[in-house]
Design a protein around this ligand. Sequence first.
Ligand SMILES: [Zn+2]
Length: 264
Amino acid sequence: MDIFQAIILILVVLFGLSVGSFLNVVILRFDDIESVIKTRSHCPKCKKNLPWYDLVPFFSYIILAGRCRHCKKYISVQYPIVEALIALIFILIYGQYGITINSLFLAIISSLLIVVAVYDWLHSEIPDILIYSAAVFALGFITYSLWQTQTLLNIDAWLSYTYGLMIGFGFFGFLVIVSHQKWMGWGDVLLATLMGLILGYPNVIVALFLAFLLGSLFSLVLMATKKKTMKDAIPFGPFLVAATFIAFFWGTNLINIYFLRLGL
Ligand SMILES: [Zn+2]
């Protein structure tokens, strides 16, 4: 890696951390979205504004060992996790698409998905508006990608996304109906439909499988450590989102490995 590439990479990381920090504010004040733009970043406990040198809160969090500079209270680990995740996702996008229009679409879609995951984790609810916004950008991404590869009028390419969307919607719609919304809610159905649109067929199958795998593993760990029982509902959104990212970046590899193992 030459010095120029290293600088770009550092900038991508810093940009990711800053976007992550902004998303934390969006998650915190989602019901009062106007205030997100009007007010500056501040400590969630003592409300004191962050000085300029805390503008990348991720580093401050590490330096101050998870406490606020002023009130010394512990700040939720959600903040640095969201920042680090967005930075990581931006690196992956940059690695695959460079600095392009595609990357811009993907950065926006990823940011919306991370907000969905954390919001669902905190409130067991998936705001529709986030899914619809992400769907618009996903359509933009697909259209632009197909136009670039001159397959915009290729029916098969569109069919892949249509099948993906139908599988996500059909499978989760079925689960919601047979469980009377006990296992999942309609928010999960919308999210799964969005996943299908983003990933297309057959990647959506990989993502659905991964989501259930991750969700079950997590439940087992919680039950083993007695933090939750079978009766506690765990929001499924975070697992759907995690699975979407894994399938998006490594889905084709996973499919190949799976079939190689089976010797097909
Ligand atoms: Zn504070």
